[in-house]
Design a protein around this ligand. Structure first.
Ligand code: NAP
Length: 327
């Protein structure tokens, strides 16, 4: 029996989550029983989708729902050995016992950092890839707008669109992030929506309109994009982070979908199992050739998971936000 820590929700947030909504609980972890493994968390993912769940679905006093990469520290299962790495969805727990049926063994590519499996080669990557290429039906050379372009999903979307020869405009919330998008990722235009109103800035940045708006924000961003959409434009709706803390900005320009024949379609990253093999091949090649660059904001210490989650809603991450629980 060892002691372990868990991140619990102790009260439901009132709007923007604050540290007092969470607690770090210490619990006893039993040894692995027959057919089980005991795991040590290595990388813990914090993701915007967790916030809406805090209003109802996330039980109070239980580990926060979520996933990460963990290392086997005890095995009573023939297919798993001490030291193996796995992907899990067991929530925010530092040390825990799991049934291997709920785990995916990870064989990391020695030429890539482990963190890419939580980012460009993981859920973030397939969400960007499937959302842009299948739902967005992107064609080479089109006009693309990506919101939260400096975040985990957005930065991958923007780079795939650049690879496809598109004109790419990104929005983000700080000058430092805007500079990264312009100077490192080579976007054609970048809007700092905190420094200038998104509507006129997007109009100026899209002289040839928008064929695909990869939607991550909602609210004022969607309202600004709608009148800029070209005929038969597509809006794959990945997320609407500006609404997750209870804000409900009205969208006034929705009628533009009629005469511009715009298709708006929501999706989730799990919609693309049929693309998985091609995605892994493409993304591995792009990462190894440097055509897709990844950036992470990694907070050291399991106990910093609430800070990481809250930080997403204050724009504290460049690229994927992760928590490092162990080396
Ligand atoms: P992320 O972009 O790495 O992090 C969140 C970013 O959102 C922040 O850094 C901040 O960037 C921006 N932001 C926060 N509050 C905002 C607001 N009120 N208005 C505008 N921007 C705001 O997170 P991610 O994991 O890549 O997720 C991005 C979007 O994709 C989210 O909407 C998420 O829900 C969605 N998503 C969906 C799926 C799916 O399966 N459908 C999967 C993954 C993610 P700035 O500093 O640039 O504002």
């Amino acid at each position: 029996m060892v002691q372990s820590r868990q991140v619990h929700l102790v009260r439901r947030p009132n709007g923007m989550p604050v540290p007092e909504d969470f607690a770090i609980a210490t619990v006893d972890t039993p040894d692995a029983g027959e057919g089980q493994v005991q795991l040590q968390a290595v990388l813990v993912s914090v993701d915007p989708y967790m916030r809406p769940r805090l209003d109802a679905d996330q039980p109070l006093g239980q580990p926060l729902l979520g996933g990460g990469i963990a290392r086997v520290v005890q095995s009573a299962h023939p297919d798993f050995a001490k030291g193996d790495l796995v992907m899990h969805r067991a929530g925010m727990q530092e040390r825990f016992v799991a049934d291997p049926r709920h785990l995916r063994k990870l064989t990391p590519d020695p030429d890539l950092p482990l963190s890419v499996y939580m980012h460009a080669l993981g859920g973030t990557g397939i969400t960007a890839y499937g959302g842009l290429l299948e739902v967005g039906a992107l064609k080479d050379g089109e006009q693309v707008f990506v919101s939260t372009a400096a975040g985990a999903v957005g930065s991958v979307v923007a780079q795939i669109a650049k690879l496809k020869g598109c004109y790419v405009v990104g929005s983000t919330g700080s000058e430092a992030k805007a500079a990264w998008l312009r100077d490192e990722l080579g976007l054609d235009a970048v809007i700092n929506y905190q420094a200038e109103p998104i509507g006129p800035a997007l109009k100026a940045a899209t002289p040839n309109g928008i064929d695909v708006y990869f939607e991550n924000v909602g609210g004022a961003h969607l309202d600004a994009a709608l009148p800029r959409m070209n005929n038969r434009g597509r809006i794959p709706v990945c997320g609407m982070i500006s609404t997750y803390n209870g804000e409900r900005e009205g969208v006034r320009n929705l009628s533009t979908v009629i005469y511009s024949r715009i298709r708006i379609e929501g999706f989730v990253g799990g919609d693309f199992p049929h693309l998985q093999a091609q995605f892994v091949e493409d993304m591995t090649g792009w990462l190894k050739s440097g055509r897709i660059k990844t950036q992470e904001t990694i907070l050291d210490g399991f106990e910093r998971a609430p800070e990481g989650l809250i930080g997403l809603f204050h724009g504290r991450n460049l690229g994927k936000m992760l928590i490092r629980a162990a080396d």
